[in-house]
Ligand binder design. Sequence first.
Ligand code: DX5
Ligand code: ZN
Length: 224
Amino acid sequence: MQQATRIAPSILSADFAKLGAEVEAIDKAGADYIHIDVMDGHFVPNITIGPDVVKALRPHSKKPFDVHLMVSPVDPYIEAFAEAGADILTVHPEAGAHTHRTIQLIKSLGRKAGLALNPATPVAAVEHLFDDIDLILVMSVNPGFGGQKFISSQLDKIRDLRARIDASGRTVDLEVDGGINNETAPRAIEAGADLLVAGTATFAGGPDAYAVNILRLRGGSTQQ
Ligand code: DX5
Ligand code: ZN
């Protein structure tokens, strides 16, 4: 069943010079999850955040840390991110030879497991993993950078996944990540997404704007 829309601000668009304060500000502004993009300069052409930063941020929010690992190989880093305070660990099937084993590893550490599908990755490639995961992340941009344009062809994938999740009867978050703004958010929600990652759109305008930004993405109306 599609759950109420939740917003996971990606701190990739935050001010890295004051990340702790930024996490506190988006938490207070109504973020549901804190989305943390981990990039290794190998799986994707950018380098961002390691486990020590996640650990340093942990005391700044009680909201679930939704850690998106764009790292290959990924298995050697799972434990470090789990110990650093990740609640959800999301991996790409291309990031290791045995994704089922990676998912089992995440679960064995008592964390929730997510699976991220690149725009070119078909649903059929990960069907065998569906019974074991807590979250599916549909990439609506090519992973690596914030501020890219939403790839509309991914809406059909969201629809397909929504139907499969509903048929399974399980509670699985259907997350969409990349190019989410006030125009694309309603389209993703209409297609079946219930968890929206947003970096650029959340952090636009600085801390005073975060609450309104999040409310708008959620579909709420504002006076402005
Ligand atoms: C891209 C990341 C996204 C990205 C979203 O590889 O996974 O989380 O930061 O940024 P926006 O919302 O700016 O597209
Ligand atoms: Zn992400």
